[in-house]
Design a binder for this molecule. Sequence first.
Ligand SMILES: [Zn+2]
Length: 286
Amino acid sequence: MKPVRPEATEPADAVARRAVAPVVCYPVGSLPRPDLAAYRAAREGWRKVVETVVPPRDARCFDVPAGCFFRIVSVEGPQVGDLNLWAADDLDERFFSGKTRALHGTHLSTGDRLWSSLPHLRPMATVTQDTLDWYGFDEWGGSVHDVIGTRCDPYTHRLLSGGDYHHCCHSNLTRALARRTGRSLAEAEPAVHDVLNVFMCTGFARDTGRYFMKASPVRPGDFLEFFAEIDLLGALSACPGGDCGAQHSSDAVACHPLLVEVYEPKTPPAGWAPPARNGYARGHGA
Ligand SMILES: [Zn+2]
């Protein structure tokens, strides 16, 4: 946290140094833009092939073949979901929250992509509809569907409170992945990674830069819809924080299930092909 009373003396040109205008780190003008009209046209006549209910304070895995859509749907009450994605044939290729943030910003919405880890770095999924896109950024700088948090986990909980809590999203995702893959918990845990915080409303306090959360604006019927660019294994945890308006890592707050729906289009979007892995030859200058 930035100090209230800095120790270092402000230089004479401090005002000028602060006044330097920022530049965007990663201009994304060169990225091929997803053809949203083609994606949406492919929904015409699509068929729901499977539904997965994620119980409160627990997680479930789900499969989405490349070329299909999936929706994460709010049911019963406001609830935040922590999403992990892997390439179905290689769990080492997984969602890269940090680079997705660097490319698209702190919070995702329609047209943004979920990028995979190095050295793969390709779109795993594209957001094709977001019923909460009306929220924008609120007066505190908060917004929905962030890639700035990590996931609630029992290690940080123990660090801060001293107790053990076993239904943090990290543990929920670990149990779900272990069940799905037949791995032990110890084998599954390292594959769990930083999440997309679906429906969570978060930001950084302007004065201190600290990470904050507030009650999610999601209501039953809201959904976030994705198109699977590659064959995906997903895992979704219904966070023990519920709407994350008060606390997480406890059984104290109201928690609701989440629904994952997978849809198969009659034909893939016009002009779509699964993206290749990143073309860098991994020479690293050696
Ligand atoms: Zn959580």
